[in-house]
Design a protein around this ligand. Structure first.
Ligand SMILES: [Zn+2]
Ligand SMILES: [Zn+2]
Length: 189
């Protein structure tokens, strides 16, 4: 199986975000021989996944649909990118969600970029900060699909409960996580 991360937009997402993310992910995953491709199509946003009280979408349901889509297409990894606000029963909001993989040949991850923008908090737009946040959250969620759990080190696998956490962590794995993902990916040949 070809190692490709497919970027799948869910609903309307500015193509510019995806192009920058693709470039950054490509650079990051190059050493693992993993390619990155932006899918031309778009998965719809479903009303049935909308929580009208919270005015957000159910992250678990959206992710489930994404995972089913990725599995049906026989993808190696699928990264859903959306601009809708997402939540779970446990979290009022989140930047992303992913499962630990059931097997090495498939994994699905979802990120929501809406809360990564400075404008969301009525601050001045800053595309450099925004792009770094998108990259960190994407690597983090993809990291879960490669078997990585949360990490306490100065590491992209650190949990983010706020943007302060996201901004503090580097867009890379600590030594421990780098070691684990090396083993995980090598064994998947
Ligand atoms: Zn996480
Ligand atoms: Zn780590």
């Amino acid at each position: 199986m070809k190692k490709i991360i497919y970027i799948q937009r869910i609903g309307d997402v500015d193509p510019g975000i995806l192009i920058v993310l693709k470039k950054n992910l490509k650079r990051f995953f190059k050493k693992y021989n993993i390619k990155v491709v932006i899918l031309p199509d778009q998965l719809p946003i479903l009303d049935s996944e909308h929580d009208s009280e919270e005015r957000k979408y159910d992250a678990i349901q959206v992710k489930k649909r994404l995972v089913t889509h990725g599995k049906n297409k026989n993808y190696y990894r699928i990264l859903g990118v959306t601009n809708i606000d997402i939540l779970t029963k446990a979290s009022k909001f989140l930047y992303g969600v992913a499962d630990l993989p059931k097997n090495k040949s498939f994994g699905g991850a979802l990120i929501s970029v809406i809360r990564l923008r400075e404008e969301f908090y009525r601050l001045t737009e800053n595309s450099a900060i925004f792009e770094q946040r998108v990259l960190k959250e994407a690597i983090h969620e993809l990291g879960h699909t490669f078997g990585l759990k949360h990490c306490e080190n100065l590491c992209v696998m650190r949990a983010s409960n706020s943007l302060v956490d996201t901004d503090r962590k580097p867009p890379k794995f600590c030594e421990d996580c780098a070691y684990r993902i090396d083993i995980f990916i090598d064994n998947s040949e």
